[in-house]
Design a protein around this ligand. Structure first.
Ligand SMILES: NC(=O)c1ccc[n+]([C@@H]2O[C@H](COP(=O)([O-])OP(=O)(O)OC[C@H]3O[C@@H](n4cnc5c(N)ncnc54)[C@H](OP(=O)(O)O)[C@@H]3O)[C@@H](O)[C@H]2O)c1
Length: 290
């Protein structure tokens, strides 16, 4: 029998991708945006989930403005820590299952090898700290009823992201400076949605990591975006892209300098294999609404 799924954060870039992806599968998915349910409001959350009685909850809702969170920690904590706490309580009490999305920003970036799910967390920013608090609530309150799925550098054909920003700036400017000393893995929501669907089938518990394959700096990612945009006819000319250190582009929030995630446990548990990020980039750019 098909499972009833409630998706939270349906209007975000991952939420929009999941809504489309699950339409192609045999699942009853109810997609709720923030207007339909603010996850930081426990009374509203209990009322809505009580009415809908889902078997599975996918939480793609989050406060994701990393720099803004430095001066807006109350709102960041409400969405990223209190929301998951309310969800965890509900799934535990009702014997349901929660898939909660988290981030590479729970790590400090001081590692020199990909982070495994059990590695020590040590976030550098308010965003990372509030996301870690959310993870801890989920793990503590609903250990046997939840999966925390960490991912990194998320972009998609929809919503706001690095790809969309780069394409706009590359069309407007004569040159661009992009940091080359933060290393991670760009991750397409299209690949992430396939992993989420595999997790929904198997319902593992604990913490898993999912990103596309390979690694890159933001500079590498920007160069690949420009090359592919020219190939696909989205840009008509190449502008110089200059690699710069993070110190030359100060931001309110500190970011990990290395946040590649180890996916071995995920591949073993779910049987889904990530594509190289450059291949996913081609796919995402072919799906951009033009
Ligand atoms: N973006 C990245 O690079 C990245 C990297 C690693 C992990 N992640 C994680 O991936 C997940 C999905 O991120 P995304 O990139 O899809 O983010 P997104 O595009 O910013 O979407 C997040 C959605 O959550 C909604 N939201 C915020 N607060 C809410 C609340 N209190 N109640 C209900 N909905 C709320 C937002 O609504 P509004 O539209 O009304 O603001 C937005 O639609 C998040 O858990 C994020 O932490 C993202």
């Amino acid at each position: 029998m098909s499972q009833k799924i409630v998706l939270l954060g349906a209007n975000g870039q991952l939420g929009l991708t999941l809504t489309r992806h699950f339409k192609t599968l045999d699942h009853d998915l109810i997609a709720l945006d923030r207007a339909a349910l603010d996850i930081s409001d426990e009374t509203a959350l209990r009322k809505k989930l009580g009415e809908l009685a889902p078997d599975i909850i996918i939480n793609a809702a989050a406060y994701t403005a990393v720099d803004q969170a430095e001066t807006d920690d109350l709102d960041a904590r409400a969405a990223n820590a209190a929301g998951p706490k309310h969800l965890a309580r509900w799934v535990k009490e009702n014997n349901r299952w929660l898939l909660h999305i988290s981030t590479d920003f729970v790590f400090s970036g001081r590692s020199h090898r990909p982070y495994t799910p059990d590695d020590q967390t040590d976030p550098l920013s308010i965003y990372g700290r509030t996301k870690l608090e959310g993870e801890l609530h989920v793990r503590y309150l609903a250990r046997d009823h939840s999966l925390v799925l960490r991912t990194s550098w998320v972009y998609s054909p929809y919503g706001h992201n690095f790809l969309k920003t780069m394409l706009r700036l590359m069309a407007e400017k004569e040159s661009l400076n992009v940091v080359d000393d933060q290393i991670g893995t760009p991750t397409s929501t299209l690949g992430l949605a396939r992993c989420v669907a595999a997790a929904v089938e198997k319902r593992p518990t604990g913490i898993l990591h999912w990103t596309d394959a390979g690694l890159a700096s933001w500079y590498d990612f920007a160069v690949a975006i420009q090359d592919e945009a020219i190939t696909q006819g989205l840009l008509t000319r190449a502008i110089p892209i200059n690699p710069i250190p993070t110190s030359a582009y100060p931001t309110p929030a500190r970011r990990p300098s290395f946040s590649v995630l180890d996916k071995a446990d995920t591949i073993a548990a779910l049987g889904c294999h990530p594509q190289h990020w450059r291949r996913e980039l081609v796919h995402v750019m072919q799906n951009l609404s033009r």
